[in-house]
Structures are given as C-alpha cells and as structure tokens.
Design a protein around this ligand. Sequence first.
Ligand code: GDP
Length: 178
Amino acid sequence: QVCFIGRSNVGKSSLIRALFSLAPEVEVRVSKTPGHTKKMNFFKVGKYFTLVDMPGYGYHAPQDFVEMVEAYLQERRNLKRTFLLVDGVVGLQKTDNIAVEMLEEFGIPYVMVLTKIDRASRGVLLKNVLEIQEFVKENTQGCFPQLFLVSSVEFSGVHLLRCFVAHVTGNLPTVEAS
Ligand code: GDP
C-alpha cells in the first residue's frame, strides 16, 4: 500500500486521478466542493498495489480525522510509503504539522509532494521549495529528502511520481544499462 494525505483542497483527488489517467479501470471521484473526501478510499490497482486516499485535514477536516488516520497508520499493513501533499501556492501550513507529527511519531517513511505548481509563480515556488527543504532537514527523521513537484492540470511531474510509486511498491523492474 501507499497512502496519500494532505489538507482539504490541496489537490489530492486531482493528483490521484492524474496518476491513474493511464489506468481507466481505476475510478477516482474528484470533488466540486472542498473537503469531499471524508472517508478513506482504497484504490486497488490489480494485484500490484493499493493506493489509500485519506480524508483531508484542515479547515474542513472531519471530526474524527485524527482518530481514523491514526488507527490506520498504527495498524498499517504493508504500507510502503506515505505521500504528504503540500499546496505549491501556499506552501507548508501550520495544519500540515498534524500529519508531520503523526508520521514522525509512528516512524512512517514519507515523501512530500508539492501540488498545483502551474498556479504558483517561480518566485513563490522557489520560496516554498526552499522552506520545505529547510523544514525537512531541521525537523524530520522519516521524510525523504527529495521533494516531488507536480501539476495535475499540466501533468508535470506526474510520470516521475508514478514511477516512484511503482518503485516503492516493487513494481518497477530494474533495467540493466547496456
Ligand atoms: P482535494 O480536496 O485535496 O481532493 O482537492 P481537489 O483535487 O478536489 O482540488 C481542489 C481544487 O484545486 C480544485 O478546484 C481543483 O481543480 C484544483 N486543482 C487541483 N490540482 C490542481 C493543479 O495541479 N493545478 C491547478 N491549477 N489546480 C488544481
């Protein structure tokens, strides 16, 4: 399993839909109103892996968000990696600490993904990237140092992230260099 987590409206459903755009058999709903994902959704990709979509936290978070997510993270079976989504326009927010603290506490390996990069100016994007890199270096143990930058609208970074998911779930065959 891999799990996707982030604030409501961070672009999580759009990203999951973009990741699965080559797998039309996996049906992903995208909300018109923020905070649509109130429950955990499991997307099974054949026999290869399952992507777990967590409810969004923050302003629209369901009351039982922490309990639900904590219970899952503690019970996790075969969770290979967690993807923590951060909005590329607004950067890391105080509420993201809810997720960071939980992942750090349970010693779960995770990766940060900066979303909606098509909407951020280069200056804003650079500021947010540098802030996150500094934060990861100073405050985290379990976070992968490489940040992934994506846009679900322009599909930038989506293929690389798809390959990374395939890699961490053991589905990326290694090719011998010729
Ligand atoms: P969720 O609540 O985290 O599942 O967020 P959604 O995927 O529903 O997206 C929230 C809003 O951001 C929607 O209006 C999306 O159209 C918009 N959005 C999501 N991803 C992107 C992106 O990569 N670029 C832009 N420009 N907008 C995005």
